[in-house]
Ligand binder design. Structure first.
Ligand SMILES: [Zn+2]
Length: 154
């Protein structure tokens, strides 16, 4: 049975936070950056249940919950998130876009952006967050990165 880590409260406050430690890379094991502002970085994910899966990460001091943001920070985060989600909607033409703020594994504010397609694995409900998801073909992924960067730059 899974349990919350004993040091969960410390992790929420930033102890050993892998997102803070990683800095702001252009690419890392999970994704390739498609958008960057003073408030966020957005990464198209290398692995996922649905094509077009991206994660928008809060950049700034370590924050676990969106309620910890100032009003100005919250506006910046939300605006960037909607911009990225809008570009994903425009590029992939999904039936629905899911914005998921979970943070149950890494408690640093981030949002999963998952376009939902007619043939995806969980129609009419939420997608599971499975651990070992298949990798997208690199050529397709890089073409999507370029297209999304162009949309987000305009
Ligand atoms: Zn952090």
């Amino acid at each position: 049975m899974k349990v919350w880590p004993a040091d969960w409260n410390e992790r929420k406050r930033g102890k050993d936070c892998p997102i803070c430690v990683d800095g702001r890379p252009e690419e890392f094991q999970f994704g390739i950056r498609i958008y960057s502002t003073a408030h966020t970085d957005a990464y198209l994910q290398r692995h996922g249940a649905v094509r077009g899966y991206a994660v928008v990460i809060w950049r700034g001091r370590h924050v676990a919950e969106p309620m910890e943001l100032s009003d100005a920070e919250a506006v910046g985060y939300w605006r960037d998130l909607l911009r990225v989600a809008g570009a994903i909607e425009q590029h992939y033409l999904p039936m629905k876009v899911n914005l998921e703020m979970l943070g149950n594994t890494i408690p640093h504010l981030h949002t999963h952006v998952r376009p939902r397609h007619r043939d995806d694995p969980a129609p009419y409900g939420p997608l599971a967050h499975a651990a070992d998801l298949p990798a997208f073909p690199d050529e397709q992924l890089r073409a999507d990165v370029e297209a999304l960067r162009k949309l987000l730059a305009s």
